[in-house]
Design a protein around this ligand. Sequence first.
Ligand code: TRP
Ligand code: SF4
Length: 402
Amino acid sequence: MTVPTHNRVLSGMRPTGKLHLGHYHGVLKNWITLQHEYECYFFVADYHALTTHYEEPQIIGASVMDMVIDWLAAGVNPSNARLFVQSAVPQHAELHLLLSMLTPLGWLERVPSYKDQQEKLRERDLATYGFLGYPLLQSADILIYKAGLVPVGDDQVAHVELTREVARRFNHLYGREPDFEDMVMAAVRKMGKKNAKLYREARKRYQEQGDQESLQHGRALLDSQVNLSMGDRERLYGYLEGSGRIILPEPQALLAPASKMPGTDGQKMSKSYNNTISLREDPRVIEQKLRTMPTDPARVRRNDPGDPAKCPVFQLHRVYSDDARRDWVVEGCTTAGIGCLDCKQPVIDAVLAELAPLRERAKEFEQDPQRVRNILQEGAEAARDSADETMKEVKAAIGLNY
Ligand code: TRP
Ligand code: SF4
C-alpha cells in the first residue's frame, strides 16, 4: 500500500555559514519536536545556496558538514528524520525542470523575495535564470516528497504559496482523465459498501457545506484503505475535493512558534548584523560577547537607574529567565540596585549551560566525519526511493513513459 503523505514534513536550510543561537531557537528546536510527531525530511539546500553563491561555491562545500554536525549536535536524530543533501537526490532537479515548463514567468517575478534579495545582495549579480527559479526549486523540493507540512519562517510563506499554485496547475493540466468519473466509481466500489457510503457522505457534506471536518474524515478514510492503488487514492482525494486526480498534493506552511532571538546588540540575531553566538562558540568568547554587550545607554554609571525596556540584555532575559528572575531584573535595574554585570551573569550562565551539551555532542561527530557521511548517505538513499516514486508518476501523468 502507498503511504499517505499529508503528515510528511519537509524543510531545508541553505549551507552558507555556521549555525547560531537564532537558528537553534527559531528552527532547530522546532524540527526536534516535529521529528517525534511526523515523518520528517530535513535537507541541506546546496543548490539553493548556489543560486546566490555561484561565484564562491567553496563556502557551500565548507558549510555542509558543519551544518549537519550542528543539526545532530542540537538533537536532530537520524533515526527519526531523514537527513540528506539536496544535490544527492537528482529528482529535485528533474522535477524542477518539468515544473519550469508550466510555471508562468510572472508567478516567479512576483515572489517578493526575488526583488528584495536582488536589492539586498547588490554586490552579487542575481539577474540569473537560476535565481529567478529559486522558489520553484523549493516547490520541487516539497512536491517531490508530496510533503503536507513545511516548517518555515514567515519570509518563506510566499514560496509555499507558490508551491500550492504550481501543484494546482500541474494537477489541472495532467490530472484530468477522460474517464475520470468511471475510474472514481470503480475505485469507490473497491472500498466496500460501508466505507463507500461514508466516503460519499463526507464528500457531500464537504462540497455542500464546506465542512473541513468532513474533508479530514474523508481523507482519513482513504488513508485507512489498504486495497487502493496510488492512482485510485489520488483520484478519490481529488473527487472528494471536487477536482481531478491529485498527483501533487498542495502543502501547507507550518509557521514556527514565533521566536525573536535577539543578537548581542538587541537586533534580531543574524550573520549580516555581526551579532551572533554560534552553536559551537568557545565559552570564553561567549562570555566576552555577553559581558561587552550594550545596555540601556542611560545607565552610564553604576548608580544611574535604567529601563529594561530599552536594554537588549533584557530581551535575552525574555528567552532565558523565568518571571521571578525578570522581576529581579526590573526591580534591580530601575532602582540601580544591581549592576549590569550582575544582571548579565544569569544570562551568561544560561547560554553556557544550553550550549555545553551541544558542544560535547558536536565533538563526537567532528572526530568521526565518516559517521556523518554515512548518515547523509542513508538519508539520501531513502529520499531517492521516495522521490523516485513521485517522479515515475509525474512522468506517467505527462505521458513521458514511452
Ligand atoms: N529557501 C529556504 C530558506 O532560505 C530553504 C529551503 C530550500 C527550503 N528548499 C526548501 C525550506 C524547501 C523549506 C522547504 O530558508
Ligand atoms: Fe540592562 Fe540589566 Fe543593565 Fe538594566 S541592569 S540596563 S536590564 S543589563
